[in-house]
Design a binder for this molecule. Structure first.
Ligand code: CP
Ligand code: NVA
Length: 339
């Protein structure tokens, strides 16, 4: 349970500054995928997010006065399009008193062919953390090797850990104890599928991933998540049968059939993916009280019907809002000790 593991620094009822956050276990750390966290750390970030969210809902003006990182800057580099990630990171930085420097156009940051080393070494002279949305996971791993400031993955082809934090926070808010839930993800074995495998493994959850045969999650990531699950008691099932995955699920999730960078494959994918569409009929297989999540943007009528997107059990807009709370917590923690 998240609340039972609430760490000391989450007690934000008195003024909190960088001094209180210095030396916290996350200070200076990267988040390139959820498995960079231990199970306890994963719960601690979610607890911090819950506490921050409650504080800001109760009295935003008082919360803003506590902004611990005045005078710092956060670099946000977006090599793919974004709505939620950009807005939530800009706002999260501002809430902490830091200035977000967003580079999303084709004439900035890494777009000129400057080496990853030079770009990163220059960036870190200006910013206290680098948030980056990019393509290959290896690219952000190299950036993280060069950077002495924290590097946060804002989506790669392989993982979307910030979305994962928001999603598991939403599941906890709606359904309680994460270790007692069954999550069903039906669709493409993509960055979100990998992220749910890792998040589910971290919190001891039962996670079922159902994809068309040619679109399974990458074997190396499944194996790594399985190794973690063996330690936490999580159960991870990867297969091709959407009905088996959805049967009795407490949380039903899907995502686009063609992710950013794979749009050209869309038409050839559709036939294989139609049986994985989440409709009111397929949702009926889930447990009573089940919720629906989608990281968005959704393609209404394709991977999910309007009826499901707009149903009372759909938590998609809470999920989107929780990007802010999760990332604010993450930034607050990793910026400790960073000048
Ligand atoms: N879910 C998500 O990351 O949304 P954006 O692509 O709009 O940032
Ligand atoms: N799997 C999707 C997620 C978008 C937030 C993509 O990578 O495009």
């Amino acid at each position: 349970m998240i609340d039972e593991q609430t760490p000391d620094w989450v007690q934000l009822d008195s003024a909190i500054g960088a001094d209180e956050l210095n030396g916290n276990p996350f200070a200076g750390r990267d988040l390139l995928r959820l498995c960079d966290l231990t199970p306890g750390e994963f719960h601690a970030v979610l607890s911090t997010a819950r506490a921050n969210k409650a504080l800001w809902k109760a009295d935003a003006a008082a919360a803003q006065r506590q902004a611990p990182y005045q005078g710092r800057a956060i670099g946000v580099i977006l090599e793919k399009p974004s709505l939620r990630t950009r807005v939530s990171f800009e706002l999260a930085a501002a809430r902490l008193g830091a200035h977000p420097v967003v580079m999303s156009d084709t004439n900035s940051a890494f777009s000129r062919g400057e080496s990853l080393k030079d770009t990163t070494m220059v960036m870190e002279r200006f910013v206290s953390a680098i948030v980056i949305r990019s393509f290959a996971q290896a690219r952000i791993e190299e950036i993280a090797r060069w950077a002495s400031v924290p590097v946060i993955n804002a989506l790669t082809d392989d993982f979307h850990p910030c979305q994962g934090l928001a999603d598991f926070l939403t599941m906890y808010e709606r359904k309680g104890d994460l270790s007692k839930l069954k999550l069903a993800y039906v669709g493409d074995g993509n960055n979100m599928a990998h992220t749910y495998l890792e998040g589910g493994a971290l919190c001891g959850m039962e996670v079922h991933i159902a994809t068309p045969d040619g679109y399974r999650p990458q074997e190396q990531y499944v194996k790594q998540a399985q190794a973690l699950a063996a330690q936490t008691g999580a159960k991870l099932v990867v297969g091709t049968d959407p009905a088996a995955a959805l049967e009795g699920a407490d949380v039903v999730i899907t995502d686009t059939w063609a992710s950013m960078g794979a749009e050209a494959e869309h038409d050839e994918r559709v036939n294989a993916f139609v049986p994985y569409r989440v409709s009111a009929a397929s949702f009926d297989l889930a447990a009573p009280g089940a919720i629906f999540l989608h990281c968005l943007p959704a393609h209404r009528g394709e991977e999910v019907t309007d009826e499901v997107m707009d149903a009372p059990y759909s938590a998609i807009y809470d999920e989107a809002e929780n990007r802010l709370h999760a990332q604010q917590a993450l930034l607050m923690l990793v910026l400790g000790n960073i000048a």
